[in-house]
Design a protein around this ligand. Structure first.
Ligand code: PBG
Length: 327
């Protein structure tokens, strides 16, 4: 054996827990985690989502229970998804003053001012057809959807949103939203764009949670092909140019290479979305006793951080914040 191979002994720095932590390169912290929250129309609702154990749909009258648990865990940011009373062809609930998200924003701002409120800006939960915009000739019409996005963000901003997160993958969405916000006195509100969002099977459980499965076809004409990475960099370039403040990659685990690639291309903060399927796989295997839930969840989140994510949206946020207290 080459004698020099044993002069360099990487194990020297692994011998002692204090030393291991001293040389640790990546650290998770609750400040960088965002918890998704599903708000459901009606009253006295706390429905556990069967495919997402531990995640609930909440009606506004019970939303305080979840807000308190989130704050108690140490998490300060939430991203809101709505299940409206009525769906229609265009998703008009999204710009209704009394829409489900607007009600949630008013309630949370008033009662939990210490929570930072991000809204998912999309249409799929609000349209009968379950697609992320206006349908024309059997497909989502990009530019008609942009004008509805402008109405939606203006309404969210008026109701108290702190940040807007467009998730529909429409071309020009960030610019349309930036202009709409700037024209209505909300130039200070940041946009976290779902910049690189793939047409992924990992969204399966979310579509139960948000009742947002497309009623015909799929989302491949607007969400990206999982095989592409050059296109991801192009999306990132465009969103940055259009005025995005934070770039998101979604899903996370199968796309760690792109978290890293976008991080290297941009100086903006990078977020990733640890999506429903990624959460449910760990929960299900843990329920069967096949893996250690806490360790696999924290290891996954650490991997996202190591890949370059400054911010992680995760259904584990609340639990992870609790676990991190013991670390
Ligand atoms: C669209 C949206 C989706 C998710 C977040 N925003 C679903 C989709 O694109 O079909 C998925 C999140 C997850 O799977 O956890 N409004």
């Amino acid at each position: 054996m080459d004698k020099y191979s044993l002069i360099q002994r990487p194990r020297r720095l692994r011998r002692n827990p204090i030393l291991r932590r001293l040389v640790q390169e990546t650290r998770l912290h609750p400040d960088g985690l965002i918890m998704p929250v599903f708000v459901h129309h009606g009253q006295n609702i706390r429905n556990e989502i069967p495919s997402m154990p531990g995640i609930f749909q909440w009606s506004i009258d019970r939303l305080g229970e979840e807000a308190e648990a989130i704050l108690e865990s140490g998490i300060r940011s939430v991203i809101l998804f709505g299940l409206p009373e009525k769906k229609d062809a265009v998703g008009a609930d999204t710009w209704n003053k009394n829409g489900i998200i607007q009600q949630a924003l008013h309630f949370l701002k008033k009662n939990y001012p210490e929570l930072y409120l991000i809204t998912d800006v999309c249409f799929c939960e609000y349209t009968e057809h379950g697609h992320c915009g206006v349908i024309r000739d059997g497909d989502v019409d990009n530019d008609m959807t942009l004008s509805n996005l402008a109405k939606q963000v203006k309404s969210h901003a008026e109701a108290g949103a702190d940040m807007l997160a467009p998730s529909g993958m429409m071309d020009g969405a960030v610019l349309a939203i930036r202009e709409a916000l700037d024209a209505t006195g909300f130039s200070h509100l940041p946009i976290m764009s779902y910049t690189v969002k793939f047409a992924s099977a990992f969204y399966g459980p979310f579509r139960d949670a948000a009742d947002s499965a497309p009623q015909f076809g799929d989302r491949q004409s607007y969400q990206m092909n999982p095989a592409n990475s050059q296109e991801a960099l192009r999306e990132a370039f465009l969103d940055e140019k259009e005025g995005a403040d934070i770039l998101m990659i979604k899903p996370a685990l199968a796309y760690l290479d792109l978290i890293r690639a976008v991080k290297e291309q941009s100086t903006l903060p990078i977020a990733c979305y640890n999506v429903s399927g990624e959460y449910s796989m760990i929960k299900a295997a843990a329920q069967k006793g096949w893996i250690d839930e806490k360790k696999t969840a924290l290891e996954s989140l650490t991997g996202m951080k190591r890949a370059g994510a400054d911010i992680i949206i995760t259904y584990f946020a609340k639990e992870a914040a609790q676990w991190l207290k013991g670390v």
